[in-house]
Write a protein that binds this ligand. Structure first.
Ligand SMILES: *[C@@H]1O[C@H](CO)[C@@H](O)[C@H](O)[C@H]1NC(C)=O
Ligand SMILES: *[C@@H]1O[C@H](CO)[C@@H](O)[C@H](O)[C@H]1NC(C)=O
Length: 334
């Protein structure tokens, strides 16, 4: 018999005999120790993979954000510039004096959710999947006006609870235009310059509001530049600030309406997103193919872009859904 086999046989004899004899004691102790070590190893692995509020899981990659904004976001020179400056400035401070509050405005598919995702991915190792990134959507989380009071206290508790867990938390409010103004008011105190509220400091958190409000006016201004033969890149933030403020603050539908969010000027940056043209949709489609590790095919991208609807009726310059349906339609075109 080979030595291996002998050992195996011996072990088998020992084990089977152990069951019958007193020898069971040392063996079970050994097993318990082995089991304990395995349990500890498992615990260690779980512990190593479980996200915590530490630099290993949360650290800002400035070059990463800049690269993503340059390479993955199309047609948004103003937004790209503001986001990069705002987030880098905020994340480089160890003791910011207030949380970062961004309000992103633009039509469907212009990149509001996408920008939030890029920010999350360059701060949290787990990106949007992080336990420290919270997304609230008006129609999902707060659908019934009649429950406003309940929503208010719930939202306050969530924000307070989550920031108590981790100061570097991020909150994204989607569909702000569908949100009741009375709801948004309740978080205003957290966004302001406070050392702390009830012992909790909110100063390291990031709040991002996404809204379609102002999208039409932004599109109108962009069209005026286009009609005047001026390049889109010549549009400056100040060209949009007035139209943005008029349509956001004075619009009853906007969720910001008469909100203390505006009165107290707690929003640090209003970020306009321009409507996207045909060439940007082509870029989105190419980028989507690359993201899926495929060889990007220009003719497929162009075909996809051609099948979208463009407005206004006469000029047909801007895609009415931006790049929104590109990712989901790609399979169909390939
Ligand atoms: C930051 O992002 C860049 C570009 O995406 C990447 O090459 C680099 O590895 C990232 N750094 C860290 C520390 O994750
Ligand atoms: C954090 O926010 C989530 C909603 O995103 C909520 O379900 C959870 O209860 C909050 N956690 C705490 C500790 O309040």
């Amino acid at each position: 018999m080979k030595p291996r086999r002998q050992q195996a046989l011996l072990l088998w004899l020992l084990l089977s005999s152990c069951v019958l004899t007193e020898a069971i004691e040392p063996i079970s102790t050994t097993l318990a120790v082995v089991g304990g070590v395995a349990a500890m190893a498992k615990f260690y692995i779980n512990w190593k993979n479980s996200e915590c509020c530490q630099p290993a899981w949360i650290s800002f990659n400035m070059t990463g954000l800049q690269a993503d904004l340059d390479n993955k976001l199309f047609g948004q020179h103003i937004a790209s510039h503001i986001i990069s400056k705002a987030v880098s400035g905020f994340m480089s401070k160890n003791n910011p004096n207030k949380p970062l509050v961004l309000s992103l405005h633009g039509g469907t598919g212009t990149g509001k959710n996408f920008i939030s995702k890029l920010i999350a991915e360059n701060i949290y190792k787990k990106g949007m999947q992080s336990n420290f990134v919270h997304m609230f959507s008006a129609t999902v989380h707060f659908p019934h006006q009649s429950q406003l009071l309940q929503y208010r206290s719930q939202l306050q508790q969530w924000i307070k609870g989550n920031i108590t867990n981790c100061e570097r938390s991020m909150f994204i409010f989607d569909e702000m235009d569908k949100m009741h103004p009375g709801l948004i008011d309740c978080i205003t105190p957290y966004l302001d310059y406070h050392e702390n509220l009830d012992g909790v400091s909110y100063r390291k958190a990031i709040f991002i509001f996404l809204s379609n409000a102002g999208g039409d006016s932004i599109a109108q201004t962009t069209l005026e530049f286009w009609n005047a033969g001026q390049s889109r890149e010549e549009i400056k933030l100040k060209d949009l600030e007035t139209v943005l403020s008029l349509s956001v603050f004075n619009n009853e539908q906007s969720g910001f309406f008469k909100s203390s969010l505006i009165k107290k000027s707690v929003v640090d940056f209003f970020v306009p997103l321009l409507p996207l043209e045909y060439k940007h949709v082509v870029q989105c489609a190419m980028a989507e193919m690359m993201a899926r590790k495929m060889t990007p095919k220009k003719h497929v991208a162009e075909m996809m872009a051609k099948d979208l609807n463009y407005y206004p009726k006469r000029e047909r310059v801007f895609s009415d859904r931006g790049c929104k349906t590109i990712a989901s339609k790609l399979d169909f075109y390939l």
